[in-house]
Design a protein around this ligand. Structure first.
Ligand SMILES: Cc1cc2nc3c(=O)[nH]c(=O)nc-3n(C[C@H](O)[C@H](O)[C@H](O)COP(=O)(O)OP(=O)(O)OC[C@H]3O[C@@H](n4cnc5c(N)ncnc54)[C@H](O)[C@@H]3O)c2cc1C
Length: 386
């Protein structure tokens, strides 16, 4: 039998949640850490996403975590010694109806006490500031310090920094099962290697439900594929990341322009995603719809050519709330998964929080709303009422 490799903490899954936690565990807390990734670091949702670093529009419980993440984004190049192309040019949400404008205004009021300052814009003020919007746009709210970054660069850069800080990163290491032995965790990879630690963190994205289930904590988690596209380059003119705020799913759309001029976009209906085999699909009708919606709110995109489309595999929880924090059943076990299409922005905050929790048993950022225990509590309530 192969030798067992030991560490204080074992992380399963090398997306952004795993790599950021590994970095902060080493840098801030000095714990030994091994991270096991099935294939290549950052290849799944963490590397295929849109790259929005957005705080507005989130559930209020997520704002403190998002603020914490934004603080890391602000110094991310210095932290990693690499450029993740993070640009703090703002995040703008626009809308098509007065009713939706009232919702935006309410959100502005709600997040202000939580430390997020947004600015409302009338249709005229929007057009004066950016000059790109059609008459269909009636209002918008700007989060001036948010922005966007390049997801393709992020996961590998965090992993390299974690490695330089002393973390062991094991690619091509798929965990087949985890056993409890003498109060510790022993992970077995499909190629027969064994890893042992007193603490375990599950950050396997859309693939996480089976680990939670194995530890007696079932979670409703669906895999779905947000739909992405990129156009040919246009003259660079648009700084903020921009999205339509609408309750109508088929109107949903967001885009950003990168320095080279291309417009990266996504939004609206999600496509099918299969965890096994690892495949997600772009729906051609949805791409055509996205192109129509792009033109609807920015007429200058009328003749722009599409050059590439893609999707990725993201985990969506039954209640659209992430799972973050300690297990309520197994001492030493922690989870960070189910980010419902908005985990990229908060990933460095998740990494700081999880590292703090694993090292000290507590965190200064409120995360109680994300406890995995809520699913067991809901099942119990249901059992009582039926
Ligand atoms: C197309 C798309 C667009 C998105 N746009 C945005 C956006 O603009 N802004 C935003 O904030 N969020 C966005 N998201 C969501 C964001 O990308 C995710 O929430 C985030 O990247 C999740 O990170 P993760 O580390 O939890 O998961 P992942 O990046 O999926 O990482 C999980 C890792 O676990 C590994 N793994 C799985 N099973 C095993 C196993 N048995 N053993 C070892 N390793 C295993 C996988 O190979 C994978 O690398 C988008 C997602 C997608 C797909």
């Amino acid at each position: 039998m192969s030798e067992v490799l030991r560490s204080d903490v074992l992380v399963i899954g090398g997306g952004l949640m795993g790599t950021t936690t590994a970095l902060f565990l080493r840098r801030r807390h000095g714990l030994s850490v091994r991270l096991l990734e099935r294939e290549l670091i950052g290849r799944q949702a963490s590397g295929t996403n849109f790259g929005n670093v957005r705080r507005q529009g989130r559930a209020l419980e997520q704002i403190p975590l998002a603020n914490r993440a934004r603080a890391v984004w602000g110094r991310v190049n210095e932290l990693l010694g690499e450029d993740l192309e993070f640009v703090p040019y703002g995040h703008l949400r626009v809308c098509y109806t007065d009713q939706q404008a009232a919702r935006l205004e309410q959100h502005v009021r709600e997040v202000q006490p939580l430390g997020l300052d947004l600015q409302m814009f009338s249709a005229a003020a929007l057009r004066e500031r950016w000059g790109i919007f059609s008459d269909a746009v009636v209002a918008g709210s700007l989060s001036p310090l948010d922005g966007h970054a390049n997801p393709r660069l992020a996961g590998p850069a965090f992993a390299r920094a974690a490695q330089r800080a002393g973390a062991h990163i094991h690619e091509h290491s798929e965990v087949a099962q985890v056993e409890r032995e003498g109060g510790e965790f022993v992970a077995h990879t499909v190629d027969g290697r064994r890893y042992r630690a007193a603490q375990l963190l599950v950050t396997t994205g859309a693939w996480s439900a089976r680990f939670a289930q194995a530890f007696g904590e079932p979670v409703p988690l669906d895999a779905r594929g947000p739909q992405m596209g990129v156009t040919e380059p246009l003259p660079y003119a648009i700084g903020p990341s921009i999205g339509v705020s609408t309750p109508i799913e088929t109107e949903g759309l967001y885009f950003r322009q990168i320095a080279r001029g291309n417009i990266v976009f996504g939004g609206g209906l999600k496509g099918p995603a299969l965890c096994d085999p690892v495949r997600s699909q772009v729906l051609p009708d949805n791409t055509l719809r996205q192109m129509r919606e792009l033109r609807r709110f920015v007429p200058a995109f009328e003749n722009v050519q599409l050059i590439r489309v893609w999707s990725g595999i993201e985990g969506y929880t039954g209640d659209a709330v992430p799972v973050l924090g300690p297990s309520v059943r197994v001492p030493g076990l922690h989870y960070a998964f189910g980010f419902n299409g908005e985990g990229f922005a908060i990933s460095p905050g998740v990494g700081e929080v999880m590292a703090e929790l694993l090292a000290t048993g507590r965190t200064s950022t409120p995360i109680e709303a994300f406890s995995i225990g809520r699913f067991a509590a809901a099942r119990q309530d249901q059992a009582i009422t039926t």
